[in-house]
Design a protein around this ligand. Structure first.
Ligand SMILES: Nc1ncnc2c1ncn2[C@@H]1O[C@H](COP(=O)(O)OP(=O)(O)OP(=O)(O)O)[C@@H](O)[C@H]1O
Ligand SMILES: [Mg+2]
Length: 486
């Protein structure tokens, strides 16, 4: 404690004689310990503590005071207002001082310290002065520690909130809602989760959300791409090694499981894990212990395992590339993230979200995606899923156009994306085989829209277009309206 810090005390005492004795006892340290206020009952104390929140450091309270609110009950109420406030209780000799239960009850209620007043014939002091003063100093240090801890927890909480804000799952589709529900349901437990889905669908995003919504959120989240590390290095990455374990091991290296201890490890592209590493991983999952290379005793770890794969692991098992027993250990809870073309409702929301985020990041004006362009985005098949959409939006911003049109999208994607181009040949009769066939109704709508636009572009007027299409003008106008063409 520095000398300039003053300890602010609230004294709750209804006998003037004792209040004076308390003042006298701390007098040698009057510059450092200041009795700022004095009240004679519990209710007034509570009022004052509410009024001057964060002002007092320590409450010194007499056990026997007038009014209903006193003793343990008062201690608890004070701690409810501010858990960092420290309470010193003083009692009269009449209380049986060998009654341990009595003192224990006070401490349990939240008091910092408890002492028995000197007999009434000692007018100078309330208690042995150096002990009394030391206890006040100690109580103050304790309050500072608690405050510091509160501050750092607050900071951590803020960090986690920031991370989660940047990892929001956007979308209104049933699939997106289901993902959010699953995250809420499984983030609170430690069960292993296996996330499956095509590349770019948001598997890693789900893993982040599972960790940062879990009780492990202040601990490490350690992602590793099992497909991105050469086979011969993966085991030392995951499990670490001791100094001298092999030539070249000039210092020991902690494995990712050790780094993730108490937190979460995210094993991405788990299908790529070599078989020998699969055996070791299985043992870690079964025993909760890591075998570090070059070390005889095992290291206990407490790590939640989330894994992801864009390959069908059941196929991999059939092909003997993936261990079945490991699969069951990892796949306790399966979460599947559907491809973007199966949740088209999300496309507009994702596009808007990325547009806003990138525009702000890049300090650019937010362009408007016009109706036709939106349609193109919705119709497109998105083989690269959300990642492809995100990248496209970023590229669109570099054009510095106020309005995003279908042509701009085609240019940014570097390919013609009209569905007709994808599914019809030039002559309009041969089909390419789509991997996700449209229903007849969808196909008809796509066709009509494209064909109407094509003819209208060639015609000088609407009546000419109607004629070319072989339609009576009223029918032509009605169909244009139905197709959303003006
Ligand atoms: N629903 C969503 N809302 C917002 N952003 C999303 C959503 N889904 C995916 N993204 C973003 O798209 C990008 C790709 O997602 P992510 O990396 O999670 O995919 P993945 O399934 O792990 O892909 P891969 O299999 O290629 O590793 C990330 O930048 C992610 O933040
Ligand atoms: Mg990924």
């Amino acid at each position: 404690m520095t000398n300039s810090e003053q300890i602010k005390v609230l004294l709750i005492e209804d006998e003037e004689f004792d209040a004076r004795r308390v003042e006298n006892t701390i007098k040698p340290f009057a510059g450092r310990i200041k009795i700022c206020d004095m009240v004679s009952d519990g209710k007034s104390a509570m009022d004052l503590l509410e009024l001057k929140k964060n002002f007092y450091d320590i409450v010194i309270m007499d056990f026997q005071i007038a009014g209903g609110l006193r003793g343990e009950q008062l201690v608890k109420k004070i701690k409810d207002i501010d858990p960092s406030l420290q309470i010193i209780v003083i009692t009269k000799m009449t209380i049986n001082i060998t009654d341990y239960e009595f003192a224990h009850g006070l401490i349990e209620a939240g008091a910092f310290w408890y002492c028995t007043k000197y007999p009434g014939d000692i007018e100078e002091y309330i208690y042995q002065p150096t002990d009394f003063i030391m206890s006040i100093f100690n109580a103050y240090e304790r309050r500072k520690l608690i405050k510091e801890k509160q501050r750092s927890t607050q900071k951590l909480r803020k960090n986690v909130e920031d991370i989660l804000a940047g990892k929001k799952i956007i979308g209104i589709s049933e699939a997106a809602n289901k993902l959010r529900e699953q995250i809420a349901k499984y983030s609170n437990s430690n069960v292993p989760v296996l996330i499956s889905g095509f590349s770019g669908t948001g598997k890693e995003l789900v893993a982040y959300n599972l960790h940062y919504n879990s009780p492990r959120k202040y601990e490490n989240f350690v992602p590793i791409n099992c497909g991105g590390i050469p086979d011969q290095l993966i085991e030392s990455e995951l499990f670490g090694y001791e100094k001298g374990a092999f030539t070249g091991a000039d210092k020991s290296k902690p494995g990712l499981f050790e780094i993730a201890n108490h937190g979460t490890i995210f094993l991405d592209e788990i299908s790529e894990l070599p078989l020998s590493a699969q055996v070791k991983l299985l043992r870690v999952l079964q025993e909760g212990e890591v075998e570090k290379i070059g070390r005889t005793d095992k290291i206990k770890v407490d790590v939640r395992v989330i894994s992801a794969s864009n390959r069908n692991l059941e196929e991999e098992i059939k092909e003997k590339r993936f261990r079945e027993d490991l699969y069951y250990r990892l796949n306790v809870v399966p979460i599947s993230v559907p491809p973007l073309h199966q949740r088209k409702d999300d496309i507009i929301y994702l596009a808007d979200y990325f547009m806003n985020e990138f525009a702000i990041d890049m300090g650019k004006e937010i362009p408007t995606i016009n109706e036709d362009a939106m349609k193109v985005l919705i119709d497109y098949n998105w083989p690269g899923n959300v990642r492809e959409l995100k990248n496209l939006v970023q590229r669109l911003l570099f054009y510095d156009e106020k309005i995003v049109t279908p042509e701009l999208i085609e240019s940014a994607l570097g390919k013609k994306i009209s569905q007709l181009d994808a599914y019809f040949g030039i002559d309009g009769v041969s089909f390419k085989s789509p991997d996700q066939p449209f229903s007849l109704r969808q196909m008809e709508k796509i066709f009509r829209e494209k064909y109407f636009k094509y003819i209208r572009n060639q015609a000088e007027s609407d009546s000419e277009a109607a004629k070319k299409l072989g339609l009576a003008p009223p029918n032509y106008y009605r169909m244009c309206k139905e197709l959303g063409l003006k």
